[in-house]
Design a protein around this ligand. Structure first.
Ligand code: DOR
Length: 305
């Protein structure tokens, strides 16, 4: 029986467990470790119009509080993506959600309309309007007016379902999520990484080549849960929860907080098989909770009066 299917407006997935952009490459390297067809979907690393070399090294470090990265959207660009990766990714018997970033609204809309032509291979687009590591990369995700304008233009340029991935590095994620909903987004992914840095005090130097970076992993789960709770209570839009998920209890916390689906990110680096394992565990929990469908658990958190 179907306990786990999810519908995020125009996007339907066989289950709510996805792998987060930037933590799964273009899937090829992960093939030995898991059965892709068990996943709800795969979100490959952000692509941009032109190839990018990213920030100087070091670009990732493990701190005692989590992983810090300043990759800077290193990627081969959309042409090589279409040429080298799309057919492989589309062959994987799971939903392919292509993550894109543009430096302007027009650039994002042009990328979306190019990808629209591959609508038979792509389930949805995720707009990265929240990368902390490129200059100008977050404007569209930190100003509600620009977020709405971006979403409107992209949804006009493209028939595919659209997910907006939002940054936690703002005063009110609720305002940005509201703007994404007003612009026609099918769902929001909450959250991208939390801005941070690391310092080698003896050398009097920042450690990351990019100086500042994005913190991920279990350290940011409370931040992500807080944002999911806030948006779930204030905005009518499906939520994909992401931030520090490393076991089934983490998944359930996001679901009861209001996430219809979740993304596994940093944990993929430590345990590539985790995401598929969580699909089975989620099915068990739904049965144990005597629910006919996982959707009964979404947003079931009870707040004190
Ligand atoms: O933490 C992040 N790092 N978030 C992004 O959206 C992109 C990535 C990078 O490439 O720097």
């Amino acid at each position: 029986t179907d306990l786990l299917s999810v519908t995020l407006n125009r996007l339907t997935l066989k289950n709510p467990i996805l792998v987060a952009s930037g933590t799964f490459g273009y899937a090829r390297e992960m093939q030995p470790f898991l059965d892709f067809s068990k996943l709800g979907g795969i979100i490959p690393k952000t692509i941009t119009t032109e190839p990018r070399i990213g920030n100087p090294p070091p670009r990732t470090i493990e701190t005692s509080a989590g992983l810090l990265n300043s990759i800077g959207l290193d990627n081969d660009g959309i042409d090589l993506f279409l040429e080298k990766h799309l057919n492989y990714l589309a062959s994987l018997e799971t939903a392919l959600i292509v993550n894109i970033a543009g430096r302007s609204i027009d650039e994002m809309a042009v990328m979306a309309s190019r990808l629209d032509a591959f609508g038979d291979q792509i389930a949805a687009l995720e707009l990265n309007i929240s990368c902390p590591n490129v200059s100008g990369g977050v404007d569209y995700g930190t100003q509600p007016e620009l977020t709405e304008k971006m979403l409107k233009q992209v949804t006009e340029s493209c028939q595919l379902p659209i997910i907006a991935k939002l940054t936690p590095n703002v005063t009110s994620v609720v305002d940005i999520a509201q703007a994404a909903a007003a612009g026609g987004a099918d769902a929001v992914s909450l959250i991208n990484t939390v801005q941070g840095t690391a310092i080698d005090w003896r050398r009097r130097k920042p450690i990351l080549g990019g100086i500042f970076g994005g913190l991920s992993g279990p350290a940011i789960k409370p931040v992500a849960l807080r944002v999911v709770c806030q948006v779930a209570r204030a905005v009518e839009i499906p939520i994909i929860g992401v931030g520090g998920i490393s076991n089934i209890d983490d998944v359930m916390e996001f679901i009861v907080a209001g996430a219809s689906a979740v993304q596994i990110g940093t944990a993929n680096f430590y345990n590539p098989g985790l995401a598929t394992q969580l699909v089975g565990e989620l099915e068990q929990v739904v049965l144990e909770e005597k629910c006919a469908h996982v959707s009964e658990l979404v947003g079931s958190l009870v707040y004190p009066e």
